[in-house]
Design a protein around this ligand. Structure first.
Ligand SMILES: *Cc1c(COP(=O)(O)O)cnc(C)c1O
Length: 357
């Protein structure tokens, strides 16, 4: 039986994408070859890469606005290093918000390269909210933020107005909601949360912000090198990029980001309503910063969770344990999560409450 998959990442993808991807493994486009055995320089794969790049620019509304889309390997974490390498001047500085473990990981790496100012942090409060009211130094080479904090279940609802280039880690909410993507200098996202399998990272880069650091950048770390070679400087993650392309096609065919956002809002509202209504559960993030992708919650004190875990298991619910560093529960309800699965989780929460009365 297919499970209701609430995993935080790698995570659920549309059923249709699984079907098309598995067909391509057996025979890609009736070529008599598997997608896994064709050259990345073949006409067939170049078409895949071009379509993936152009869909990413189209969905974000960035076509013709001076941006390039790249699909690279290394994971979001490699960008924690590539970003300062490409944007921080020699003796320069950068501003970061510390809104969760991934943000803290990015800060740690940037400190290797130069002066990092942490302009806001919610660490003292267990990252239960998004820092606000901070000032970005005018002379920062860039400002880095994390749009959605996957582990803590908080999400930025607005982004600052600044002349400093904004760099954003959107790994866990890319293409889940309509935002003005042209506010950003660089957007990056590991595909495995919302737009594909593990192994590929999407980057949307405003070209004019590159080439200003005075550093010599090693080839694999140099965004300009990857742009010039159109994501083919080295062998790209062929299958992961293909599957990401299928997922972007699915978003487009399902009414684009606007329609996906409507569904995401509906799913999140249903689940948060139940958490707030149900006497056995409480949410861990403050209400105004709640994430519509990762819904984090705990049971109230004194409740033994074994029965709830068993009910979940019996209902085919998978992957709702909180991150190993925080515990509790986390239901990740990414783009591909059907509302029916959210309803199953809610009915299990209600059943658990009834069993207590
Ligand atoms: C998962 C995640 C990462 C790490 O991605 P990798 O591809 O494993 O390097 C970074 N940032 C955020 C916000 C994430 O959710």
């Amino acid at each position: 039986m297919k499970k209701h998959n609430f995993s935080a990442g790698p995570s659920i993808l549309p059923e249709e994408v699984f079907k098309k991807a598995s067909q391509a493994v057996l025979d890609y486009n009736n070529s008599g070859l598997s997608i896994l055995e064709i050259s990345h320089r073949s006409k067939d794969f170049i078409a895949v890469m071009e379509e993936a790049q152009s869909l990413a620019l189209e969905l974000s509304g960035l076509s013709g606005k001076g941006y390039k889309a790249l699909f690279l390997s290394g994971g979001a974490r490699l960008e924690f290093d590539r970003i300062p390498y490409n944007l921080m001047k020699v003796n320069g500085k950068a501003a970061y918000i510390d809104s969760g473990s991934w943000a803290a990981g990015a800060i740690k790496e940037a400190k290797i390269f130069g002066d990092v100012t942490v302009v806001g942090s919610s660490k003292e409060d267990n990252y239960s909210y998004i820092p606000k009211g901070y000032t970005i130094p005018e002379d920062a080479d860039y400002f880095h933020c994390t749009s959605n904090n996957t582990i803590y279940g908080t999400q930025m609802q607005e982004f600052p107005e600044t002349n400093v280039p904004i760099v954003c880690d959107m790994s866990s909410d890319i293409f889940s909601r309509t935002i003005d993507f042209s506010k950003f200098g660089i957007i990056y996202a590991g595909a495995q949360k919302n737009i594909g399998p593990a192994g590929v990272t999407l980057l949307l880069i405003k070209e004019e912000i590159l080439g200003k650091t005075g550093r010599t950048i090693p080839g694999m770390l140099d965004y300009q090198q990857h742009i010039e070679k159109e994501s083919m400087y080295n062998t790209p993650p062929v299958f992961a990029t293909y599957t990401a392309m299928l997922t972007l096609q699915w978003i487009k065919a399902n009414g684009g980001i606007e329609n996906i956002e409507k569904k995401n809002n509906e799913k999140a509202a249903l689940l948060y309503n139940e958490i707030d209504r149900n006497s056995l559960f409480t949410g861990t993030a403050i209400k105004e910063d709640r994430s519509k992708m990762n819904v984090t919650f705990v049971t109230v004190e004194g409740v033994n969770t074994d029965a709830f875990d068993k009910l979940c298991k019996d209902a085919g619910i998978s992957g709702i344990n909180g991150h190993r560093s925080v515990g509790g529960y986390r239901a990740s309800i990414y783009n591909a999560m059907p509302i029916e699965s959210v309803k199953v989780l809610i009915s299990v929460m209600q059943e658990f409450e009834k069993s207590f009365k």
